[in-house]
Design a protein around this ligand. Structure first.
Ligand SMILES: [Zn+2]
Length: 451
């Protein structure tokens, strides 16, 4: 037994978890979802690459915050999450260094074996290790030098230092906000590995504001990108992150153009490679804005669109008709509410909302916390909805989260079956597109174009 096997055996005190993701293969009746299965932790984690592990951690955290955790403790049924040992200590990059753990504040029942486990997460170690003076000095230098260079940079309109941004109840104070002609970006100078919640919180805050999130890491310490928080932040986005260094600062001053490091973290067998190149700031902004477009909030948020969505969720037919009439007048649609009822427009909009956001889009038999895949499969697997599939796919195209949902094996199979038989109701599909293409454009695609 190697030392990493030993470490793993000790870390995985509990060898099984409840997997609540649900297989849902072939679900078409709309209500059944596979019950949670007890699965071997080794089977869930061992085969994951570093990138897949980051995706798993992210998906689990998001679903847990939404009240439907992917994994639960088999003993006490409290949510658990995939925690990790460090890459350096375990000598492996992917899922073999992970194990399941209770959240610190939810320790389960007293007799729960997982709750007694007291290993320190690698994230907490990082935060502690780099919380000192050195961190503060580098951070201050990076913010000041980047701020000065941004102000002098062609294409930059305005630079704000530590300005407080508010959205709904939440607020953030990024190190720098830079208004560039290619888009507005928030620079978050981050030398220590961030916590997953910080990563998700920042992404979720800036995206609906149409602001690109640009992490600035210490390019002289690329090995730090191996830390889990950086993996969580950058692997799901193609492994690319931007960095700063005294060398880049000198080069930027000499060239009178701001240059950043573009660092790419990639898995190679049993180690990470970090590719490092200097790129003009405008290229970095362009890259971040492109990423934002792929992940931006996909629903129109004006009063008319919102009223229609709220009416769908309430199940109130009169409210649906009223909201529909308002959209119909705005868009000068020929099709009437009777046409909408015949074509089952409400169900189609609801299912598209679910594909794009993962949440319920319309009042239905599904419980509030139903998995998105069950709702989507119910729609794409029902014959009378087939004519809508092309519009649904168009609304979701290029949106990272929606692409991932539609790529679920059971969903992809139902869609491909439906499309291969679409010839039989081609007339209906053409009619649906003619009647409702504009409305779909307005409810979904317009939201992403405008951000
Ligand atoms: Zn437990």
């Amino acid at each position: 037994m190697s030392s990493s096997d030993l470490r793993r055996a000790r870390a995985r005190m509990l060898s099984t978890v409840l997997d609540c993701r649900g297989s849902l293969m072939g679900v078409t009746d709309g209500v059944s979802s596979a019950p949670a299965r007890t699965v071997a932790v080794d089977a869930v984690l061992d085969s994951l690459s570093a990138s897949q592990l980051a995706d798993l951690r992210r998906a689990n955290r998001t679903s847990t915050l939404a009240g439907r955790p992917h994994f639960r403790c088999p003993a006490c049924h409290e949510p658990v999450y995939p925690a990790v040992g460090s890459v350096a200590a375990s000598g492996v990059l992917g899922g073999e260094r992970a194990y399941f753990k209770h959240h610190a504040k939810q320790t389960g029942t007293p007799d729960c074996p997982l709750a007694r486990e007291r290993s320190t997460s690698v994230d907490a170690v990082d935060a502690h290790r780099f919380g000192g003076l050195q961190e503060g000095a580098w951070h201050a230098w990076a913010k000041q030098s980047l701020g000065e260079l941004c102000v002098a940079e062609p294409g930059v309109g305005a630079v704000f230092e530590e300005t407080r941004l508010s959205r709904s109840e939440a607020w953030r104070q990024p190190d720098l906000i830079v208004q560039h002609q290619l888009g507005t970006v928030a620079l978050e100078i981050q030398r220590a590995s961030p916590q997953l919640d910080v990563v998700l919180g920042r992404e979720g805050f800036y995206a609906p504001l149409g602001i690109g999130l640009m992490w600035i890491v210490d390019a002289e310490e690329p090995h730090r990108l191996e830390r889990q928080g950086f993996q969580d932040a950058i692997l799901p986005h193609g492994g690319v992150v931007h960095g700063w260094s005294p060398m880049a600062a000198r080069r930027s001053v000499t060239d009178r153009r701001l240059h950043l490091h573009r660092l790419t973290l990639a898995e190679r067998d049993d180690h990470f490679l970090v590719d490092d190149e200097l790129v003009p700031f405008s290229d970095a902004v362009a890259e971040v804005m492109k990423q934002l477009a792929r992940n931006s909030w996909p629903l129109a948020e004006d009063a008319s669109a919102r009223a229609f969505r709220m009416a769908l969720l309430s199940g109130d037919q009169d409210a649906q008709q009223a909201a529909f009439e308002r959209l119909r007048a705005e868009l000068r649609l020929a099709a009437t509410w009777d046409d909408a009822c015949d074509d089952r427009l409400s169900a189609a909009v609801g299912a598209t909302v679910t594909a794009l956001t993962g949440a319920k889009g319309i009042a239905s038999r599904f419980p509030a916390n139903a998995p998105a895949v069950a709702i989507i499969n119910n729609f794409v697997g029902t014959k009378s909805y087939r004519a809508w599939i092309p519009l649904l796919l168009q609304a979701c195209e290029g949106h990272a989260d929606a692409d991932a949902r539609l790529a679920h094996p059971s969903t992809a199979r139902l869609i491909s079956e439906a499309l291969s038989e679409a010839a039989t109701d081609l007339t209906h599909a053409v009619q649906v597109r003619q009647r409702w293409g504009t409305l779909f454009q307005r409810m979904f695609l317009a939201a992403r174009r405008n951000t």
